[in-house]
Design a protein around this ligand. Structure first.
Ligand code: ADP
Ligand code: 5GP
Length: 208
C-alpha cells in the first residue's frame, strides 16, 4: 500500500487568490485532490453545484451537522460552510494530498483534530492589492466587499497560528512555492516511519 496523503489547509483573506492558486496547482500536478465544501450561501454566477460547492439549504446543512458528516464547519458572513468527511478520508487513504480551502476557525478545528495537518496561509502582497482583487473579481456588492475586508482584519489576528505564510504576488511563483512546501512536508521524518523501520531492519540484517 502507498503512503497516506497529507491533509493541507489553505486559508487567506477573501480575494487573496486561494481559488486561483489552487486551480493552477491542481492543473499542474496530479497528486492533489481538492475537497468540495458544503455551503448555505447562494451560488455566484458561473458556479456549479458539486464543483465549487455543494449548495445546501440551512435545514439540509444542519442535518449534515447532526449526522456528523462534516469534519468541521463554521459560520462566515452569515452563512454556513463545512467540509464533508467521506471524500477527504477516501482520497487520503488513496495517497492523494487533500487540500481544504477553508477559513480560519475551520482551519484551527482541523488542526486540533488532526495535528499532522499542514496549515498554509495565502497572503496578498498588500491590503490595497487585496481590495483591488476583491473589487476586480466583480462577484461581490460594495457592501459585501466591505464585510470581507472587515473580516480580513479579524482573520489577520490568527495568521501566526499557521505553519506557512505564502505571498500570492506572481501567480506562477506562488503555485510553485506551495508545491515545494508540500513536497518538503512529505520528507518530514514523522511521516516516514516506514522508511526508518526498513533501513533499521536492513542495517541489523547486514550486521549479523
Ligand atoms: P479567493 O479564492 O482567495 O477569494 P480568488 O482566487 O477568487 O480569491 O481571486 C480574487 C481575484 O484576484 C480574482 O479576480 C483573481 O483572478 C485575482 N487574482 C488571483 N491571484 C492573482 C495574482 N497572483 N495576480 C493577479 N490577480 C490575481
Ligand atoms: P466564499 O464565499 O468566498 O466562497 O468563501 C468564504 C470563506 O469560506 C472563504 O474563506 C473560504 O475559504 C471559506 N470556506 C469555504 N469552504 C469552507 C469549509 O468547508 N469550511 C470552512 N470552515 N470554511 C470554508
Amino acid at each position: 500500500m502507498g503512503d497516506r496523503g497529507i491533509l493541507i489547509v489553505v486559508s487567506g483573506f477573501s480575494g487573496a487568490g486561494k481559488g486561483t492558486v489552487m486551480k493552477e496547482l491542481i492543473g499542474r500536478y496530479d497528486n492533489y485532490a481538492l475537497s468540495v465544501s458544503a455551503t448555505t450561501r447562494q451560488p455566484r454566477e458561473g458556479e456549479a453545484d458539486g464543483r465549487e460547492y455543494f449548495f445546501k439549504t440551512t435545514q439540509e446543512f444542519e442535518k449534515m451537522i447532526a449526522k456528523e458528516e462534516l469534519i468541521e464547519y463554521a459560520r462566515y458572513v452569515d452563512n454556513y460552510y463545512g467540509t464533508p468527511r467521506a471524500y477527504v478520508e477516501e482520497k487520503l487513504s488513496e495517497g492523494r494530498d487533500v487540500i481544504l480551502e477553508i477559513e480560519i476557525q475551520g482551519a484551527l478545528k482541523v488542526k486540533e483534530k488532526f495535528p499532522e495537518t499542514v496549515l498554509l496561509f495565502l497572503m496578498p502582497p498588500s491590503a490595497q492589492v487585496l481590495k483591488e482583487r476583491l473589487t476586480g473579481r466583480g462577484t461581490e456588492t460594495e457592501e459585501a466587499v466591505r464585510f470581507r475586508m472587515k473580516r480580513a482584519c479579524e482573520e489577520a489576528e490568527g495568521m501566526d497560528r499557521y505553519d506557512y505564510l505564502v505571498i500570492n504576488d506572481k501567480l506562477s511563483d506562488c503555485v510553485e512555492e506551495v508545491h515545494r512546501i508540500i513536497r518538503g512536508e512529505h520528507r518530514k521524518s514523522f511521516r516516514n516511519q516506514g522508511l526508518i523501520e526498513k533501513i533499521r531492519k536492513e542495517l541489523m540484517e547486514l550486521d549479523k
